[in-house]
Design a protein around this ligand. Sequence first.
Ligand code: AMP
Length: 114
Amino acid sequence: MMTDNIFLKIVEKKIPARIAYEDERCLAFHDVNPQAPTHVLIIPKKVIPTHADLTDADRDLLGHLHLVAAKLAEQLGLQDGYRLVVNCKEQGGQTVPHLHMHLLGGRSLHWPPG
Ligand code: AMP
């Protein structure tokens, strides 16, 4: 399993990020290349390379990530709506091999995503 990646370095505070939320299980920080007025990444501190690597042991963690996303959306003023995205592997557009949920909002988002 890949254990060295840029998001893990952010978790370990080895490289800086604009942190929006942190607890013992997860970290949320603003994306360096925002695709919407609000673009936050929510990640587990545990290394899970892709969505496809999730196991039964991650059930509670996944629920936690979603609840953190909902709380952050409210705190960041996304009362009119938002989108959660998880890109998985190459064809899904994943570029960092550490599971992350994109929280996007602050404008009308198009569908289909392309
Ligand atoms: P994905 O393409 O789903 O793997 O998303 C990776 C996201 O991480 C992209 O939106 C990048 O802009 C973002 N990203 C990459 N490096 C950093 C970093 N050091 N700090 C914040 N966001 C980053």
